[in-house]
Design a protein around this ligand. Structure first.
Ligand code: PMP
Length: 294
């Protein structure tokens, strides 16, 4: 994979499309030192960004929650995303829209910080996980890193600060030999993986933890709708304990980058819990794949 700071192409920055290698920011940027940045991860399929407006609205809201006032409207962000896709001549791509505080001010005080906005896209992230996993499912490891209470972090903001937990959880899981992490919340309920929401299926019934303690993913909401349309029962309103997950027949992750990824096994304190790649999750994978391309 090519390094991200040394590629051909263009990036939209603060209202202008600039050559890829010129889309730089100073080492003394506030966002780099204090995690004052927010971002979106989106996917374009056949030239259409799936749930594009929802992502642009979430970007604005993520900013508001951490006092980064993005100086563009949702319509302008929409335009920027499609402009950069056109400039890059890409129809199937990962789209990253983001905002950060630059080098105008250092220190904890953000009152005089200046928000900057960028939109980039690339087309070599076709599969978020090693495509090999599709056969046997992902291996998750239950990690020690837990999701914090909403009184400590802005848990519904897709902001860089929250991702320190995710990057550490993912490393912890990889060092334990897994593909990704399974995180609990601070009270010990199932939360999510490092970058995706989690679902389980038991006796044909689908459950997913209530999303009031972590990101209520756009893919999560889409899968709930698709399951309802298929006449399936979905319980998304309660806390789920690890034992219930380990006892499930099928389990999968949902996220824009991860799409719908089946879980093959979960490693937990030396125990291994196995899951089938069953018909319900396979049907949902196919329904999602059709929907995003429709
Ligand atoms: N949780 C976390 C921590 C994530 O990073 C993501 C990916 N944005 C999700 C859940 C799923 O969100 P979405 O379906 O909106 O991509």
């Amino acid at each position: 994979m090519l390094p991200f700071d040394d590629r051909d192409g263009h990036i939209w920055v603060d209202g202008e499309i600039v050559p890829w290698r010129d889309a730089t920011t100073h080492v003394l940027s506030h966002g780099l030192h204090y995690a004052t940045s927010v971002f979106e991860g989106e996917r374009a399929y056949n030239g259409n960004i799936f749930k594009s407006r929802d992502h642009s609205e979430r970007l604005k809201k993520s900013g508001e929650m951490v006092y980064i006032d993005i100086p563009y409207t949702v319509d302008q962000i929409e335009q920027a995303k499609y402009d950069i896709l056109a400039k890059q001549d890409m129809k199937n791509a990962y789209v990253r829209a983001f905002a950060w505080f630059g080098g105008e001010q250092m220190g904890i005080d953000t009152s005089k910080c200046v928000p900057h906005v960028g939109v980039a896209c690339w087309d070599d992230w076709e599969s978020y996980f090693d495509p090999q996993f599709k056969k046997n499912g992902l291996t998750l490891s239950l990690v020690s890193t837990r999701r914090p209470p909403p009184t400590t972090m802005r848990v519904h903001s897709k902001s860089a600060g929250n991702y320190q937990l995710s990057t550490c959880a993912k490393r912890e899981a990889q060092l334990a030999g897994a593909d990704d992490a399974l995180m609990l919340d601070w009270e010990g309920h199932i939360a999510e993986s490092s970058g995706a929401n989690i679902f389980l299926i038991k006796d044909g019934k689908i459950s997913t933890p209530k999303a009031d303690r972590f990101l209520n993913g756009i893919t999560r909401q889409t899968i709930i709708d698709l399951a309802h349309k298929a006449g399936l029962e979905v319980d998304d309103t309660r806390r789920i304990l690890p034992e219930e997950l380990y006892d499930a027949d099928e389990a999968f992750l949902t996220g824009t980058a991860a799409e719908i990824s089946s879980i093959g096994k979960i490693i937990e304190n030396g125990n291994t819990h196995m899951f089938e790649i069953g018909t319900i999750s396979t049907d949902l994978v196919n329904a999602y794949s059709d929907l995003v391309r429709s």
